[in-house]
Write a new protein. Structure first.
Length: 266
């Protein structure tokens, strides 16, 4: 264990994994703990939140599991309040919750568009809404939002709602960064590229697109300039850095963690 986040409390929304293995939020929650933070692991799936918290505790660190839906302002407030009551402070807010669905404006039902926007953008708005007052009172705090390179470019998938939501999340991050900078609060976003996660492997849209796990792996490895997909631990490492005092003068940054994929044209 290192102490880059010693004496900090991290509130991680989307800390569970959507399937077996390591997702970005689960890896980040564990990485925060390994760097000295106490962690509140929040997920809409209570069992997934419990699994992450138990993994942290098994390594000898402190964790709290909370079940909450980021689209419910009451549930988000309850999660924030419970974390604050349990740990007495909140130093890091990480928003990892996100979904994607295939389809452009013609094909995509309005209800699905709204669902993506509510989870990917409104969810982050609500977690900030209820956590920022605590950080303001402390005079310090860090927000780390998990966006996507789909927020700055259009890739291989018909991801209109997802892309629009991640572009909005990027700008929400900048807005928070500027508005609260003089109150001791920083806000930054990470833009993953092709990362190998349970959510990608469990996506029906992805399976329909590629036809098999083998073809999915082959295509997504080839997609990256490095020749391989990234891992959730790559995202976790970036999140630890942005949350730490090493990044104390980094504010409003939108950091690609994508093996260079966002640099490619065509």
């Amino acid at each position: 264990m290192s102490d880059r986040l010693k004496n900090m409390v991290a509130l991680v929304f989307g800390a569970g994994s959507s399937g077996p293995g390591w997702g970005n939020g689960k890896a980040t929650a564990v990485a925060f703990a390994r760097q000295g933070a106490k962690v509140a692991a929040v997920d809409v799936n209570g069992d997934a939140a419990e699994e992450t918290a138990r993994l942290i505790e098994k390594e000898g660190f402190e964790a709290l599991a909370i079940c909450a839906d980021v689209t419910s302002t009451d549930q988000v407030k309850a999660a924030v309040d419970r974390t604050h009551e349990h740990f007495s402070r909140i130093d890091i807010l990480q928003n990892n919750v996100g979904i994607g669905t295939f389809g452009g404006p013609v094909e995509l039902p309005l209800e699905e568009w709204s669902r993506v926007m509510n989870i990917n953008v409104t969810g982050a708005f609500l977690t900030c809404k209820h956590t920022l007052p605590i950080m303001i009172a402390q005079g310090t705090g860090v927000v780390v939002n998990i966006s996507s390179i789909a927020g700055v470019g259009i890739g291989h998938y018909p991801f209109a709602a997802y892309s629009a939501s991640k572009a909005a999340l990027n700008h929400l991050t900048r807005a928070v960064a500027i508005e609260y900078a003089d109150k001791g609060i920083r806000a930054n976003a990470i833009m993953p590229g092709a990362i190998d996660t349970p959510m990608v492997r469990g996506s029906g849209d992805m399976m329909d697109h590629y036809g098999s796990i083998e073809e999915l792996e082959k295509a997504r490895h080839a997609m990256s300039p490095t020749g391989r997909m990234g891992e959730p631990w790559d995202i976790a490492a970036a999140a630890v850095f942005l949350a730490s005092n090493e990044a104390k003068y980094i504010n409003g940054a939108i950091l690609p963690v994508d093996g260079g994929l966002s640099c490619r044209i065509g």
